[in-house]
Ligand binder design. Structure first.
Ligand code: ARG
Length: 458
């Protein structure tokens, strides 16, 4: 006979279409390991409460271990009626150990069970994402150290702005990914609240001590304080979705920079062949597909966040079946980001910077701010200095000269006290070295930041 978790009050069988619509086993089977861990802890709690004997508890634990092994080695055979992972595990347990299996669900509901499973799963995968972020940070750090003094144009509005170093650019992304890691840590901390023992919604009346469960399930450090909230809460998932989506946005921005920088027009970096692909028609093409996919994948991460928030927004207390929809999107976001981060770390580690192309893209106009700063050092108010240098830029354009080619007379026309020392401004390395405020692009500062990161990432 089919093992069902419900059905006594039903006179008619479930329609085949309804089964297909309702069943979640095909995707929530991913929770099997955490589901079994939760059930083992629950069996222990039932024994402690005197609801099952020590022998029954041992039988259940051994049986659950057997089921776990069947899933792990692929010998588990799903059966018609395995509505979800919880049903499948209990059905198989029943076949393996007999009557004791019928006591496992005492005082428990699939509502607190699945809420516990998802938290355990989410904590595990969030930690993995944290490690992937760390690996990407290390790849960026290696590049930053190698290029702490490599000059390149810095952009605002994608217009040449001021000279910076390539190492500084790398460290900007390192900072972003550090915030992502912290956000994930924060979300994990809030996920570590145990719903198990909340029953269907109201609590359990059979004397199961929930506090003891946090000892058996050491991912949890406290029990949920309200049984209704315990089964209804998916905030931690929304938080992780947001953290994942924002990491995706950061990856997308990194990718966009590298797509631009690896174009022939820029040529600042060359991606490894291993992370590029070719064209079926144009033999010369080498496309930055790794980066384009990183940019594109962020769309699903954002979409999955919005999907979950949308599912939750209209739900009355407490559990509603809508919540089954929390799973596929989260699995998808995890899988997507996990692989994206792995690819990003490898692509960053293997890309080759081309300092000569970066240098060639610097032009004198990018030193206009340095000229204005020089006038400030001569006692000119900055707003006036800005306007005077603006006029010099316009003169240079009129005369079709670069700023350093403008004769001294032009400089003296805007500020009579200037002498030929003004030409010392036309030195990109000097410009960068002077940005020595903390967090600035001066190679010295970049190296200090690298040393700080090295210390933290050890
Ligand atoms: N498959 C369900 C889910 O993922 C498990 C909980 C079912 N609870 C219930 N009362 N039908 O949400």
């Amino acid at each position: 006979m089919e093992h069902r978790l419900w059905g006594g009050r039903f006179a008619e069988p479930t329609a085949e279409t309804m089964r297909r619509f309702n069943d979640s086993f095909r995707f929530d089977v991913r929770l099997v390991t955490v589901d079994i861990a939760g059930s083992i802890a629950w069996a222990g709690a039932l024994e402690q409460a005197g609801l099952i004997s020590t022998e029954e508890c041992e039988t259940l634990v051994q049986g659950l271990e057997l089921v776990r092994r069947e899933f792990a080695d692929g010998s588990f055979e799903p059966k018609e009626g395995d509505e979800d992972v919880h049903t499948a595990v209990e059905r198989r347990l029943h076949e393996l150990v007999g009557a004791a299996a019928l006591k496992l669900h005492t005082g428990r509901s699939r509502n607190d069970q699945v809420a516990t499973d998802m938290r355990l799963f989410a904590i595990g995968v969030a930690r993995q994402i944290g490690e992937r972020l760390m690996a990407l940070q290390l790849a960026l750090l290696d590049q930053a150290e190698a290029h702490a003094a490599t000059l390149m144009p810095g952009y605002t509005h994608l217009q040449r702005a001021q000279p910076i170093t390539f190492g500084h650019w790398c460290l900007a992304y390192l900072e972003m990914f550090e915030r992502d890691r912290q956000r994930i840590e924060d979300a994990i901390a809030r996920a570590r609240t145990l719903p198990l023992g909340a029953g269907a919604l109201a609590g359990n009346s059979l004397g199961v001590e929930r506090e003891r469960l946090t000892e058996a399930l050491d991912e949890f450090d406290e029990v949920a304080g309200n049984s209704l909230d315990a089964v209804a809460d998916r905030d931690y998932l929304a938080e992780l979705h947001f953290a994942f989506a924002l990491s995706g946005v950061h990856l997308s921005r990194l990718a966009e920079d590298l797509i631009i920088y690896s174009s022939t027009e820029f040529g600042f970096v060359e991606l490894a062949d291993a992370y590029s692909t070719g064209s079926s028609l144009m033999p010369q093409k080498k496309n930055p597909d790794s980066m384009e996919l990183l940019r594109g994948k962020s769309g699903r991460l954002i979409g999955n966040l919005v999907a979950l928030l949308t599912v939750l927004k209209g739900l009355p207390m407490t559990y509603n079946k809508d919540m089954q929809e929390d799973k596929e999107g989260f699995f998808d976001s995890f899988d997507t980001l996990d692989l994206a981060l792995e690819v990003a770390a490898a692509a960053v580690a293997t890309m080759r910077a081309r300092p000569e192309r970066m240098l060639a893209a610097l032009d004198d106009a990018m030193l206009a701010t340095d000229l204005a700063d020089e006038l400030v050092r001569h006692g000119v108010a900055f707003r006036e200095a800005h306007s005077k240098v603006g006029r010099l830029v316009r003169r240079a354009l009129e005369l079709n000269l670069s700023l350093r080619e403008l004769p001294l007379a032009e400089y003296q026309a805007v500020h009579p006290e200037l002498d030929s020392n003004i030409y010392a401004c036309f030195d990109f390395a000097r410009s960068v070295a002077r940005k020595e405020s903390s967090g600035g692009t001066a190679p010295q500062r970049v190296l200090e930041q690298c040393a700080r990161w090295r210390g933290e990432k050890r």
